[in-house]
Design a protein around this ligand. Sequence first.
Ligand code: CA
Length: 646
Amino acid sequence: MKILNRIFSCAMAFLFTAGAAAQELTYSPTGSRFDIETLPGAKAVTLRIYNDGIGGKPVKIIKLKANPTGGDNLLWQTLVKGDLKGKFYTFDVKYDKKWQGETPGVFATAVGVNGRRGAVIDMNATNPDGWLQDVRPDIAPKDLVLYELHHRDFSIDCSGGFKYPGKFLALSEPRAIEHLKRLGVNAVHILPSFDYASIDETNLAANKYNWGYDPLNYNVPEGGYSTDPYNPVTRIREFKLMVQALHRAGIKVILDVVYNHTYSVDGSPFQKVMPNEFYRLNADGSYSNGSGCGNETASEHEVMRRFMVESVKYWVNEYHIDGFRFDLMGVHDIETMNLIRRELNAIDPAIYVYGEGWSAGTCAYPHDKLAMKAATDQMPGIAAFSDDIRDALRGPFSDDTKPAFLAGIKGHEQSIMFGIVGGVQHPQVNIKSVNYSDHFWCLQPTQLISYVSCHDDMCLVDRLKASIPGITTDELIRLDLLAQTAVFTSQGVPFMLSGEEMLRDKKGVHNSFESPDSINHLDWNNLELYPQVMSYYSGLIDIRKKHPAFHMGSAELVRNNLEFLPQQDCLVAFHIKGGLRLQGVSENWGDIYVALNANKRPVTITVPDGDYTVVVRNIKADERGIATIRGGQVTVPAQSALIFHN
Ligand code: CA
């Protein structure tokens, strides 16, 4: 070891810094360096080299040597001479007298099938042509329009006509790009796309489905979405091809990250390398279960905090990722989330960070230190989903049959207004009447994710059917479009579930995390069946994107320029004042009026006299205008939105 250290001391010196090493493998054609950090109590570490990612006996077994990390932990290292490209490896760590079992390590960046072994590859060989010229699209957080999709939902059905159904590559196909561009979204948020455990990559022909919230190797793309999970280069290259194609189309790529728990404790690389160090334990020594999945990680522990920071930076640097959606962000601590924000700011402040500001159970950490929605105002530059506007529109999470605003039930107006202003303090919003919030938790409107549906719970069509018995197709479409008009005229960042634009349904399934494709897939025939829906969504998004009045990005501007009209039951109507140009907002419309009417009858609002251009009415949305009207008493049609401007 000492001799090897001396030989490679120059090239490898950087790896010997204290607390180094997210990187556990450093490949070069002349030798590969392995470094793995353990707790101080580790007695031995074995490295095994294999010819294949699964099966077979090791071709080499090496005992690693321990060096201090500079902290309390040990850094176990070796350098294997020769070109190991194409080989696979595992670590096995011994604590007391027990070997913990083989693992690719906690920071594998390439793996074999099912993520059992790390893979030695030349990362440069994974880059598609032109990758080094790939840049993140220049879109500020306030201008984002988010589209949440699952790879399989989006492209698996033959109606989509994809060459690579259910794969990363589907998103690089013209069919996908053209659809996304026509719709107008400028960021796709992809459900877990790191290597997860619940799909057997050796049997993809079984066509099993899972959302993927069961992390195995956090820093490697999932094999099931590649065309060849056995070849460790393929999934990485295809992921990059996807990112590159989307970037070329001006669309950002946001990764859904699930650092809050692992698939299991015993099988987790974390546990095999540093037993219990990555997890929160209860006082009785059992695993705390704030994730609802059997365990919860401990972001306040130095190793987990460092892991999260290094992991997001790795995805940004290696894969050019544009943002992160933190699953159950409320399991993580505020300090870690702020650290992540600072580290990302140093790379690119436009990298967007948002998350679920809740946990799924009680966490073994003080509640006031957790990154809950209510603490968003302690995390500048980080956003949280607003269940306030979501449930005000459609009804509560806990009961799919319980309706709200969309069903013409009064009392939800203030919660919708809270969402419309992007969760910032506003003199006309009475916070005491807002669903689940007791204070304005956003410092800036870009800290609120405005939405009515996501992969969780019922999609919008199913929810409307479940909560409004006997709903007609005509009513369903009107209310669907009304709901999204609230979302897309919010000063928060709008977010939609993939397929809503084609009136998707999931046959009433509330939690479709492992439902078959027949439940989860998009049926692309719906685009022809319901062309008015896609047309309205794209028209609405076009209006939003062309008019900064709808995404001012500043709490001060929102407070000064957005005022609500007198309240009526089941109606939310507001006025965005003309003159924004004088305040530095490049808005070419004057006064803008938006009315959201959930009543089953038309209602009247009063606006100043004058001529106005209508851009949204009934089931039509067109930025160029669809009619002109006179001011004074203006009628808002039943169960729909009206937007007009002068
Ligand atoms: Ca996997």
